[in-house]
Design a protein around this ligand. Structure first.
Ligand code: BGC
Length: 429
């Protein structure tokens, strides 16, 4: 085996302390530019028209969580004091191989939203009379003009359903509900999943300004008061669409992945860090090393490799055999694992650099107060090494301020956040 080839690939994915500090600084620059609307930012900086909850919101709301391949409709009772109860939950995949696929380019908006309306009907037990307010967590870049009106700018995460880009998603949902005689269900608010995570964590814990998703997709939002920028605009949560940040040096594997993706040149940062893409980057490397051709690896495969802490790395060898039919020895498996570790560690380090960039923007004169950073998502929650790498990167970038930031898992915040958005007074402006 040519070790030098693997060593080169590992070097290509390695980011040292200076590199992540630089990413944090240029990310901060783009936030500042975005807030001042100078036109130079690669961040979309989308207004959410919502602030932070008080923790005392109450009432029963429907929450629709639409952001990945699994769709959820949840009936939630907010009880105030950071407490809530899930009364009913309906969950279905948007793709069932051999049966249906609502996210491919052959599917259209009506088919997709009719499927969603059927799930809503199930969640309300077929009740066509009682009035329900629905909060919608829609986890794609959307341009908002108020809390209801969010127009999908562009699909991400390889979604391709026709007739949704450019449309107001709640209008599509409303029309589908009307087709099913469910006009008693009224969509009132739409938020991004990062915003949902932030609202959920603020409701339960308080003391949080940043919400982030680290999963199939990646993105972060934060509470912008406009004070550090000296601008007298109404404070609200800003969905940065940080996955679109593009002031990053990419390697040849990133480049190849980008060209072969549904949306070349878009979502540069997301394609380096999120669960949807890490396995693909890994597969390109193995192809270069061993000519395995187009084999698909997922982030679950990466997790399995990282979880093998045995001396012989038997499970790494077994996985390679299952996926590629290659018989590799422990000596090669060591390289394979080191490569997977470096791809995962690059991801964690870049994500943390963006969080630090936000802190520098919010507290330009230092004095960062102690606070949580709320994160949800399978990569953060389940991929081995990720949390440790993130913590280490916080120390490298923030130095003395590192202990001010605590990463906290906000599990399942999408539904709770949607219910909160339906319950809260929106921000005008
Ligand atoms: C979308 C974001 C979303 C993120 C996490 C990205 O692909 O553009 O809106 O927050 O995925 O779901």
């Amino acid at each position: 085996m040519e070790n030098s080839k693997f060593q080169q690939m590992i070097d290509d994915f390695t980011l040292d302390s200076d590199a992540i500090k630089e990413i944090a600084a240029s990310f901060r620059y783009d936030i500042d530019a975005g807030v001042r609307e100078t036109g130079e930012s690669s961040l979309r900086m989308l207004k959410s028209y919502i602030g932070l909850p008080t923790g005392n919101e109450k009432g029963e709301y429907l929450a629709l969580d639409f952001g990945g391949t699994n769709l959820r409709v949840v009936l939630i009772r907010l009880e105030g004091n950071g407490k809530f109860e899930v009364i009913k939950k309906v969950a279905k995949p948007l793709v069932k191989p051999g049966e249906y696929d609502f996210i491919c380019a052959d599917a259209n908006a009506d088919e997709l939203f009719d499927f969603i309306a059927d799930m809503v009907e199930e969640a309300v037990d077929g009740d066509h009379d009682k009035k329900y307010l629905l909060g919608h967590t829609f986890s794609f870049p959307s341009a908002q003009t108020n809390i209801y009106n969010a127009r999908l700018i562009i699909w991400t995460k390889e979604f391709a359903t026709k007739g949704v880009e450019g449309e107001v998603v709640n209008d599509l949902l409303k029309a589908a509900l009307a087709r099913k005689n469910l006009s008693n269900v009224e969509p009132t608010a739409v938020i991004n999943d990062t915003v949902a995570v932030l609202l959920a964590a603020a409701y339960k814990l308080g003391n949080v300004n940043v919400g982030s998703i680290y999963a199939t997709g990646h993105n972060t939002c934060y509470y912008e008061t406009y004070t550090s920028a000296g601008l007298g605009k109404p404070a609200m949560v800003i969905n940065m669409e940080s996955g679109g940040f593009n002031k990053l040096a990419i390697n040849k594997y990133d480049y190849k992945l980008d060209l072969e993706s549904e949306k070349p040149y878009e979502q540069r940062l997301e394609k380096m860090v999120s669960g949807r893409y890490m396995g693909e980057l890994f597969a390109y490397c193995l192809d270069e090393a061993w000519g395995i051709g187009k084999v698909s690896f997922t982030s679950i495969d990466i997790s399995r490799i990282l979880a093998d802490n045995s001396d012989t790395l038997n499970d790494v060898c077994a996985l390679l055999k299952e996926k590629t039919n290659l018989d590799i020895e422990t000596e090669d498996a060591v390289w394979v694992k080191a490569l997977a570790e470096t791809i995962a560690s690059r991801s964690a380090r870049v994500v943390v650099a963006t969080y630090c960039g936000i802190m520098w923007h919010l507290y330009p004169n230092g004095g960062i107060p102690k606070q949580y950073i709320a994160v949800d998502g399978s990569v953060f929650e389940k991929m081995p090494t990720i949390k440790e790498n993130m913590q280490k990167a916080i120390y490298e970038i923030m130095e003395d301020d590192a202990d001010k930031l605590e990463l906290v898992l906000e599990n399942g915040g999408s539904a709770l956040g949607a219910a909160l958005a339906a319950a809260m007074e929106p921000v005008e402006g």
